[in-house]
Design a protein around this ligand. Structure first.
Ligand code: UT7
Length: 318
């Protein structure tokens, strides 16, 4: 039997400092308002990393929580993949730093760059490695400190993002667990649209053409979701939960409507986390599995779009 990658544990970590929209505007002297930010994005607040708090710190905390929930020891981890656009450094990788922080001394560790789609990409890579028998236990982490790469004078971008990390421990399924685990991942990129959302300069600040990215998001996410369902012979009625990338409540709600899902079946965290890029799906997934909303046997659909442009979807049976 070819094993599947089972989501054995989830965990999240958010930095202590919380800024609501008004505090953010006051802190940076922004010409914006709580009403504009909430109406256009659904965001009410975001977490901001402390000075010196790095992506690997957030990632290690989320990973520890995922290991604990899975009842697994760090020594069992065969590999660590960190999806991030805000690594501690180009090298050593953030994943290698997480490995050291967890006290793991074997297996592989590497970072993956696919911006906000990074977690879906990382799931796909880990899934392929587990199916190939190359690893049995893989930590897949999304970790971001976007507050470090924002232009705090640009109100069109700086109000949108937040810091955080989410992690899952993927474990090779056993014969008794047939039918559970990741069903498939579907990845896409189109570099022609790279300029719509990119880092400008060195070390770089985020620039985004929000209106254009929004347009691409609605159509590309819809087709990725259709592709994932079709690949598994499933229909939208089979989906129990949508755990979408958390960029904008309007996009999230549009995807929920497309799937005919009632709002309570769509996991929303953007109001409290803002857009945490690669961390947004695993953070939302961790919240909804840990509070008991998502239960064993549920079919969960994940989707994301971000810089690259990159986009994709993944289906998992919990
Ligand atoms: O995670 C990666 C994927 N990213 C996304 O999916 C993001 C997709 N895009 C979006 O979520 C939305 O496009 C935004 C939230 C970024 C912007 O919302 P929008 O409804 O597309 O607004 P807009 O860019 O068309 O701007 C509308 C107006 C403009 O003023 P004028 O030109 O109409 O006078 C902006 O200057 O709102 C103004 N504006 C603001 N006003 C107050 C832009 N930012 C702000 C602000 N506060 N922070």
């Amino acid at each position: 039997m070819t094993p599947r990658a089972l989501i054995a544990g989830t965990g999240g970590y958010l930095p202590a400092l919380v800024l609501d929209n008004d505090s953010l505007a006051a802190r940076h002297g922004l010409d914006t308002s709580d009403a504009w930010i909430r109406e256009r994005t659904g965001i009410r607040q975001r977490h901001i990393a402390a000075p010196g708090e790095m992506a690997s710190d957030l990632a290690a905390a989320a990973a520890r929580a995922a290991l604990e929930q899975a009842g697994a020891e760090a020594a069992e981890v065969d590999g660590i993949i960190v999806a991030t656009a805000t690594p501690d450094a180009a090298f050593p990788s953030t994943a290698a730093r997480v490995q050291a922080k967890l006290g793991v001394t074997r297996g592989f560790a590497f970072d993956l760059a696919a911006a906000c789609t990074g977690f879906v990409y990382a799931l796909s890579v880990a899934d392929a490695m587990i199916r190939a028998g190359q690893a049995r236990n893989v930590l897949v982490i999304g970790a971001e400190v976007f507050s470090r790469i924002l232009d705090w004078t640009d109100r069109t971008t700086c109000v949108l993002f937040g810091d955080g990390a989410g992690a899952v421990l993927l474990r090779a399924s056993t014969e008794a667990e047939v039918g559970r685990g990741l069903l498939s991942c579907h990845l896409h990129a189109d570099g022609r649209f790279g300029d719509l959302l990119h880092l400008e300069g060195h070390p770089g600040v985020v620039r985004m053409n929000g209106r254009e990215v929004f347009r691409h998001a609605v159509s590309k996410l819809a087709s990725a979701v259709d592709e994932a369902l079709q690949a598994n012979g499933l229909s939208k009625g089979d989906v129990a939960w949508l755990v979408p990338h958390q960029a904008n409540l309007r996009i999230i709600e549009a995807m929920g409507r497309k799937l005919d899902l009632p709002p309570e079946r769509v996991v929303v965290a953007v109001d409290r986390h803002a857009n945490t890029s690669a961390a947004s799906i695993p953070l939302a997934l961790a919240e909804a599995t840990r509070d008991g909303r998502i239960a064993r046997g549920d079919l969960v659909l994940m989707e994301a779009i971000g810089g690259g442009l990159t986009w994709g979807a993944a289906l998992a049976r919990i």
